[in-house]
Design a protein around this ligand. Structure first.
Ligand SMILES: Nc1ncnc2c1ncn2[C@@H]1O[C@H](COP(=O)(O)OP(=O)(O)OP(=O)(O)O)[C@@H](O)[C@H]1O
Ligand SMILES: [Mg+2]
Length: 206
């Protein structure tokens, strides 16, 4: 599809900022009450640093990753930073996205998070939204679905993953200090991941 990567990033930033207090409240329950503030700070810097008029999706995502790495801090800064930088490598020089391009970029992003954080699904992290989202996306487009169809399936799976995080104990990150006491609480990083995918979906639907 033809797109403005800047506009899409700006929409992600707007959604994260709208949900800043919600994300921070989730992180207050099982972490240190900074996830919303961390991510909102990061995306405020992203919209300042990513050039509005450069159509190169890879270049914009690389700048996004570097900016998140340097401004977000905590666990999520390096993880989201890596995700955007890995997606950037796949999309270098691209000015439009096919359904397959997005699959390749999301695959690289998820692999980057897993490599950096040494986590997998079932550990109450952002991966509990992202791995099912990736699987749902690739299954939908393998069945002939468009980018937009794939994103619908990805978002539904991400929200199921967010709900699933309430039922399990954290074994990675700050929430793991709570062990079994983290059960019953929703993971903030999985929630911000679902919000991110929903912003991308909504952007593609214009
Ligand atoms: N190893 C990991 N792999 C994937 N996601 C992780 C990992 N560790 C933490 N996370 C995600 O990061 C989120 C927390 O992000 P946040 O911005 O609050 O950083 P933080 O945990 O406060 O960092 P720190 O404890 O280093 O200050 C969690 O909700 C979880 O989804
Ligand atoms: Mg935190």
């Amino acid at each position: 599809m033809a797109c403005s990567v800047y506009e899409c990033l700006a929409l992600i930033g707007a959604r994260i900022t709208e949900n800043r207090d919600y994300l921070t409240d989730l992180d207050r329950e099982i972490g240190d009450a900074d996830h919303g503030a961390n991510m909102a700070r990061g995306f405020a810097a992203v919209v300042e640093k990513v050039p509005r008029d450069n159509p190169d999706i890879g270049a914009a995502l690389k700048k996004t990753g570097m900016t998140l790495l340097s401004t977000v801090g905590g666990a999520s800064g390096p993880l989201y930073g890596t995700a955007y930088m890995e997606a950037a490598k796949v999309l270098a020089g691209r000015e439009a996205l096919t359904a397959e391009d997005f699959a390749a970029a999301l695959t690289a992003a998820v692999a980057g998070i897993q490599k950096r954080g040494h986590a997998t699904r079932g550990e109450k992290t952002m991966l509990d939204a992202l791995i099912p989202a990736l699987e749902a996306y690739t299954a939908r487009i393998a069945g002939g679905g468009s980018l937009s169809d794939g994103l619908d399936s990805a978002c539904a799976a991400a929200r199921e993953g967010v709900a699933y995080t309430k039922t399990i104990a954290a074994t990675k990150g700050r929430a793991s200090y709570l062990g079994e006491r983290s059960i019953g609480h929703q993971d903030p990083g999985a929630t911000s991941a679902a919000i991110t995918l929903e912003a991308i979906r909504d952007y593609t639907k214009g």
